[in-house]
Design a protein around this ligand. Structure first.
Ligand SMILES: Nc1ncnc2c1ncn2[C@@H]1O[C@H](COP(=O)(O)OP(=O)(O)OP(=O)(O)O)[C@@H](O)[C@H]1O
Ligand SMILES: [Mg+2]
Length: 176
């Protein structure tokens, strides 16, 4: 656990992400299965650069497609900017925490609020040919806020982490 994590407010004006899957149903889903499939999909592309650590079966209530997209964006960022990624999942009280860690340059503390806004790419990425649009974090943070969760950045260059927290669901039916 990083000692200092900045809690971030997502951009309220980001309506496109909110509306994109407006009518998808909320279901109780097994976050470990969702993360494994996100990571498998990414590893197919990047040849096994993403590793996963987590207990089985933590349940959250979410729109599957929307949450998948948010988590995929974060894992792709870690691989794109850090080369490799480690994803860890744990229960923390009433919440489920997903940490997406990489050993790249990270995001400087002074950039951690504005980088959540649509189309913001930081200096190093703009000059690099990474080809992004600057929407990945904006979409992810918006989705996570809608699920009454939070997104925070921890660590720094060489030990960067994006931490997503979502309310845990303790019991009940699971759908995928
Ligand atoms: N893990 C990371 N390490 C370092 N910088 C990052 C990381 N994740 C995001 N960034 C920085 O934040 C910027 C915004 O990220 P975001 O995912 O929103 O857009 P993007 O990756 O540039 O494009 P895309 O829309 O394809 O995701 C990136 O351009 C990069 O500068
Ligand atoms: Mg991105």
């Amino acid at each position: 656990m990083f000692a200092r994590e900045l809690l971030l407010q997502p951009d309220e004006s980001l309506t496109f992400a909110r509306d994109a899957h407006g009518d998808e149903a909320y279901v109780r889903l097994d976050l470990e299965s969702l993360l494994e499939s996100v990571i498998d999909g990414e590893n197919d592309v990047v040849g096994g650069s993403v590793e996963f650590h987590g207990p089985v079966r933590l349940i959250v209530e979410a729109q599957t497609v929307v949450l998948r997209r948010a988590l995929t964006n974060l894992v792709q960022n870690a691989v794109q900017y850090g080369g490799r990624a480690r994803v860890a999942m744990s229960q923390e009280g009433d919440e489920v925490a997903v940490r997406i860690e990489d050993q790249g340059p990270g995001i400087a503390p002074e950039d951690r609020v504005r980088v959540l806004k649509p189309y913001v790419r930081l200096e190093g990425s703009r000059s690099r040919d990474t080809g992004g649009t600057g929407l990945g974090l904006a979409i992810a943070s918006n989705v996570i806020r809608r699920l009454e969760g939070s997104i925070a950045f921890g660590g720094g260059a060489g030990q960067f982490a994006v931490v997503v927290r979502l309310p845990a669901v303790r019991s009940g039916r699971t759908e995928r």
